[in-house]
Design a protein around this ligand. Structure first.
Ligand SMILES: Nc1ncnc2c1ncn2[C@@H]1O[C@H](COP(=O)(O)OP(=O)(O)OP(=O)(O)O)[C@@H](O)[C@H]1O
Ligand SMILES: [Mg+2]
Length: 259
């Protein structure tokens, strides 16, 4: 998966964050943060609690506006005013507490905003059999077990819900996927599946930014890392060049790691 730096420099990043700063009252959540994500990258966005990871994801995904700096998607400056706008532009986000329609079924959640219609004698109706078939196939492909795709999302466990959301992003793709603590609610087997899904998605060329406190899991999939501490980038580089101990020491502020 590692791509040579020289090849990458000739290539345009899918996503570039340039000199982004964000303040909440007296808290400097992000201070002059820059990063580039290329096709096929899985970038681990690491850092301790309150380091600014979620804030950065939320700026990219249109939940927050930055005070300073710019975000570029495929070379074009973007400034999303809502998550829906970012999603329409190809930015798919999965949060630990992602909003789902708890009273809609699993398959309905899969197709929210993208419902397929069929036409019969000039009358358009929702293609429910297709929605159900596609949902079942996608979940089977990625090894997610659900009691049933006809149950309401609200009755699923946190892990099952998370898995369904990951499946949805895998299916719809987009230009980049932002995963904020995707393993937090998952058990051991589900986490293993989620890691497999992340790899599968990446193989299709879709770049991913992965936030996790689980460095062991991160190192199983990431090719690059960016470490934030108190809103500053204190380390970045290729995963193959560092050990878990290096990453942990940087996250806690014992050392700085820069490529
Ligand atoms: N909406 C907000 N209003 C005020 N302060 C905020 C807001 N969102 C984040 N912050 C503050 O900004 C800082 C960075 O928070 P952020 O959520 O980005 O951290 P994080 O790296 O995601 O941490 P964690 O690993 O605990 O999720 C924290 O000090 C937090 O309290
Ligand atoms: Mg967070």
């Amino acid at each position: 998966m590692a791509v040579h730096l020289r090849e990458q420099e000739a290539e345009e990043p899918v996503l570039e964050v340039r000199n982004v700063s964000k303040r909440f009252g007296h808290v400097q959540a992000l201070d002059d943060v820059s990063l580039k994500v290329y096709r096929g990258d899985i970038v681990g966005l690491l850092g301790d609690n309150g380091a600014g990871k979620s804030t950065l994801i939320k700026i990219i995904a249109g939940n927050h506006q930055c005070d300073e700096g710019q975000v570029f998607l495929e070379g074009k400056r973007v400034n999303f005013s809502s998550p829906a706008e970012a999603r329409a532009a190809g930015i798919e986000t999965v949060y630990q507490q992602s909003p789902v329609c708890t009273n809609a079924t699993v398959y309905e959640n899969f197709f929210i905003g993208r419902e397929p219609v069929k036409s019969f004698l000039g009358v358009k109706t929702l293609d429910v059999p297709k929605m159900r078939d596609d949902t079942r196939k996608i979940l089977d492909d990625i090894g997610v077990s659900m009691p049933s795709i006809d149950v309401e999302m609200g009755i699923l466990s946190g892990g099952q819900r998370q898995a369904a959301l990951l499946g949805r992003f895998l299916h719809w793709g987009g230009k980049i996927a932002l995963l904020d603590e995707p393993f937090a609610a998952l058990g051991v087997a589900e986490s293993r599946n989620a890691l497999k899904m992340v790899r599968e998605v990446s193989k299709k060329g879709l770049p991913i930014i992965l936030i996790t406190h689980n460095i062991e899991y991160a190192l199983q999939v990431i090719n690059k890392f960016v470490i934030l501490r108190h809103g500053n980038v204190v380390g970045s580089g290729k995963a193959q060049d560092v050990t878990m101990q290096d990453l942990v020491a940087t996250i806690t502020g014992a050392i700085h790691l820069n490529d």
